[in-house]
Design a protein around this ligand. Structure first.
Ligand code: NAD
Ligand code: WQD
Length: 337
């Protein structure tokens, strides 16, 4: 298949591009490099011995995006491009709605115009909000999101579901990711957060390499086994592989499917810290801090639908996720350059 990957130089997009290329698919990346780096393409080339076609285009620029559709005949789209910082979305809602909604609408409009009907969309477990019991099941539907970022994911799911209803040729897979972490085992690709990380594992990585003094554990009085928050972590390479299965599924079906992508297992903050200590052979300092506003106690996926529809199961465990994260951190002290 010839696949348009928006946001393909980003964290999940770059890993997915590698998996697509390794399976013989053709990849065209569109990214404005807002949160990624052109050198990611060199890394992909080192891993796959081919360089994906790349357009430095902002999806908000519909005419430039149209050129990409004019110059390439796509079989499918994997849509990663978007802003993803939860806290920032609270202070910049207009920016988030503009980029994640208006940008996406440009893409969907051009797909319809150019007859490209298969799409996999990056949604998030955040759309369950705090309304439901774990494990989160797709049939629960959409909960009350707690921040504009989450609402952009919820709106995209609603928009794409309406598109599938109105245009019967469309085939849409909404992947709800749980907590993607880790890096490519080669150490060539991984997550490069801007400034002080908000997410747990990128933060621990900076404690492990001495850039930050100590992890703040946000709350130890949740109703969980050690009082700290429980999440469903998934290795980014497993997540990338789920996209291949999803795009293959989309190319053979019509309509819309919502599918969780997680491991189905929950780990507490202290369990993740322990796994990371094992990976880096160090004791990592931490202190208990107040709960972070908006956090829920426990979040993990029901993974039956992914298994049933996509035959998808994760391969890598929490130890491997931490090992690969630390390996990437050690090999790339200044990020991808
Ligand atoms: P990322 O920031 O590493 O990648 C997103 C890419 O999109 C970046 O390279 C950025 O430059 C690009 N981009 C942003 N706005 C753009 C625009 N207007 N035009 C063109 N390119 C643009 O993020 P990621 O972690 O790889 O996430 C990919 C997708 O998955 C996002 O939509 C994110 O919301 C979603 N998601 C991520 C997580 C997570 O924890 N990482 C969890 C659930 C869902
Ligand atoms: C995990 C656990 C924290 C940092 C976020 C987004 C979600 C999705 C994935 C995009 C929680 C605790 C964290 C720290 C801590 N992204 N923690 N100290 O909040 O589950 O999900 O990323 O769609 O939408 O909200 O991930 O990694 O921030 O937190 O104790 O310095 O670690 O309280 O229990 P979260 P996270």
């Amino acid at each position: 298949m010839r696949v348009l990957v928006t946001g393909g130089t980003g964290y999940i997009g770059s890993h997915t591009t590698v998996e697509l290329l390794n399976l013989g698919h053709e990849v065209v990346i569109v990214d404005n490099l807002y949160n990624s780096n052109i050198h990611v393409l060199d890394r992909i080339e080192r891993l796959c011995h081919q360089r994906p076609k790349f357009y430095e285009v902002d999806i908000l620029d519909k005419e430039k995006l149209r050129t990409v559709f004019k110059e390439n005949e796509f079989d499918a789209v994997i849509h990663f491009a978007g802003y993803k910082a939860v806290g920032e979305s609270v202070s910049k809602p207009i920016t988030y709605y503009q980029n994640n909604i208006a940008g996406s609408l440009n893409l969907y409009e051009l797909m319809n115009e150019y007859g490209v009907y298969n799409i996999v969309f990056s949604s998030s477990a955040t759309v369950y909000g705090d309304n439901f019991e774990v494990p989160f099941k797709e049939e629960y539907g959409l909960g009350d999101t707690t921040n504009p970022y989450g609402t952009t994911k919820k709106f995209n799911e609603m928009i794409l579901s309406d598109i599938a209803k109105a245009h019967e040729k469309f085939s849409i897979v909404l992947l709800r990711y749980f907590n993607p972490i880790g890096a490519h085992p080669s150490g060539l690709l991984g997550e490069v957060p801007n400034g002080i990380p908000n997410n747990l594992v990128p933060y621990i990585a900076k404690v492990a390499n001495g850039e930050l003094p100590c992890l703040n554990v946000f709350g130890d009085d949740y109703d969980t086994k050690d009082g700290t928050g429980v999440r469903d972590y998934i290795h980014v390479v497993d997540l990338a592989k789920a996209h291949i299965k999803a795009i293959e599924y989309a190319s053979k079906h019509n309509g819309v499917e919502v599918i969780n992508v997680g491991s189905g297992k929950g780990y507490t903050v202290l369990e993740v810290l322990k796994a990371y200590e094992k990976a880096c052979h160090k004791t990592l300092p931490y202190k208990i801090s107040p709960r972070r506003p908006g956090d829920i106690a426990t979040c993990y996926a029901d993974t039956h639908k992914a298994k049933q529809l996509l035959d998808f199961e994760v391969e890598f465990d929490i130890d491997k996720m931490c090992e690969d994260s630390y390996n990437f951190t050690l090999k790339n002290p200044n990020g991808i350059e």
